[in-house]
Design a protein around this ligand. Structure first.
Ligand code: HEM
Length: 454
């Protein structure tokens, strides 16, 4: 097996020939890319090898494949980061081996469930800002793009709860600039920006400017208004690691890059989940009513209080079902360090391995009536019967998401609070079209109108 203590896997630029996303573009550019992948996976028994001149890509879709790559033989696989390195810098999400473990350890405590109660008022405060904005939108009757709305909310939650700072930037502006850069469909020597269906050329200069803005964000967050001078925050943990003389690797650049990682990985997927769940709820008004009824039964007209959050179980099931149907991270990519045998399929050192979580999430082998929106399938009795690794929303093994539990609390609170005051009405085409990039996005966005209930 190859040495797994290497800090960084080779850097790949977006648009470069070797980019896996570039290679998959013909598949992903289809009208319904997921149906194409599911049909191929069915045809080839869950393993789709793609042999190209310079490399081999193996698409895997069975739970047992995921178990091998992510858990039982995880040390044989390094992370693959394509051109996302400018977004994430050298943050832990991009690192492998001993250094990854060293960088993750001081941050782990910020995601222990006993911290969530401390975050609770700050999450609620971010939701209050969103409700104030929606009250205005409801007045004007304008149409809003839901992913922009939920992304702004998720970013404010991270700034307030994890960094103890007011959000000093406009996330919509910053994220749309950077997203243009990360959009895999833009992986061409000439980058195109897809703004509301319009294709506009993005020059190298504009790309550089977007990256400059992005790189300046963490320092502007550090310098922003401190909310409560809390002692135990993620930012404080990062700064303590920086100040530790026995931890020279954790320099100021590491703090900046870790923050970038949280402002991106800690917000985009959460935002997509909330936006997709509002889309599904607008198609299933009976489920929206059940969330309202649950909120009323648990919290009455006030709250929720922190000790009531666990009781919002139907709301949580809606979020879990949303992530099954629309997994924000629908493909997990690794590079094989050494040869492997995955359920009789040979993998060679250097192969890129893609675990298509979307396919297991939609397979009739693992779910009854898989295309049906049925939050009750996550009720404890039914969830017990689930095949392990058939539901991989936060990945598995040691590289699993650090913020999965937090994101579910964020979105449970957001759904309950927003739906008690508003009815978000989806006004786009049904079914919404998919734009499968590094994350599972709606093609052309999710347009909504917001109606106030009281
Ligand atoms: C619905 C919300 C979320 C989803 C679906 C999600 C999904 C994932 C997945 C699938 C991975 C592993 C990627 C891979 O192995 O290739 C991951 C890693 C990670 N996520 Fe999340 N995530 C979510 C929310 C969050 C939140 C709220 C935070 C923090 C505030 C966060 C921070 C991270 C970090 C730092 C990693 C890298 C962990 C490591 O490499 O050690 N995520 N996430």
């Amino acid at each position: 097996m190859a040495d797994m203590t290497v800090a960084y896997s080779p850097s790949h630029g977006l648009g470069e020939e070797q980019s896996i996303w570039f290679k998959l573009t013909p598949l992903l550019n289809q009208e319904n890319p997921m149906q194409v992948l599911m049909a191929l996976s069915d045809k080839y028994g869950g393993v789709i090898p793609i042999n190209l001149k310079s490399q081999r890509i193996v698409l895997l879709s069975e739970p047992a494949h995921a178990e091998r790559v992510l858990v039982t033989n995880a040390d044989n696989y390094t992370k693959y980061f394509d051109g996302l390195r400018p977004i994430f810098g050298k943050s832990m999400i991009t690192i492998d081996g001993a250094l990854w473990q060293k960088i993750r350890t001081p941050q782990q405590a910020a995601f222990h469930p006993n911290m969530f109660e401390e975050y609770f008022p700050y999450l609620m405060s971010a939701i209050d800002s969103k409700m104030a904005r929606w009250a205005e939108i409801a007045e004007t009757g304008e149409t809003v793009e839901m992913v922009e709305e939920t992304w702004t909310l998720a970013a404010e939650m991270v700034c307030k709860a994890l960094f103890d700072r007011e959000m000093p930037f406009n996330p919509h502006f910053v994220f749309s600039q950077v997203k243009t850069y990360t959009d895999v469909m833009n992986h061409k020597s000439i980058r195109l920006k897809n703004q509301r269906g319009e294709l506009i050329e993005m020059t190298g200069e504009e790309t550089a400017k977007a990256m400059e803005v992005w790189h300046s964000i963490p320092d502007s967050v550090i310098g922003a208004n401190v909310i409560d001078h809390r002692e135990k925050t993620l930012l404080k943990m990062l700064q303590a690691a920086e100040a530790d003389p026995d931890f020279p690797e954790f320099d100021h650049r590491q703090v900046i890059d870790e923050m970038k990682q949280y402002l991106w990985a800690g917000t985009e997927s959460t935002a997509l989940t909330l936006a997709w769940s509002l889309y599904l709820l607008s198609q299933h008004p009976e489920a929206m009513e059940r969330i309202r009824a649950e909120a009323h039964a648990v919290c009455g007209d006030a709250g929720p209080e922190w000790n009531q959050v666990q009781q919002l179980s139907y709301t949580r099931m809606v979020i879990q079902e949303t992530m099954r149907l629309f997994p924000p991270v629908w493909a997990l990519i690794r590079i094989a360090a050494g040869d492997d045998d995955i359920q009789g399929h040979k993998v060679k050192a250097g192969d890129k391995v893609v675990i298509l979580t979307y396919i297991a999430h939609h397979s009739p082998k693992y779910w009854d009536d898989p295309e049906k929106f049925d939050p009750e399938r996550f009720a404890p009795e039914r969830a017990k019967k689930r095949v392990k690794y058939s539901y991989l929303l936060f990945s598995a093994g040691k590289r699993a998401c650090i913020g999965g539990a937090l994101s579910q609390i964020e979105n449970t609170l957001a759904l309950v609070q927003l739906l008690r005051r508003f009815t978000p009405e989806y006004v786009g085409p049904v079914p919404a079209k998919i734009h499968a990039t590094v994350t599972f996005c709606p093609k052309g966005g999710l347009p909504f109108r917001i109606r106030a209930l009281r």
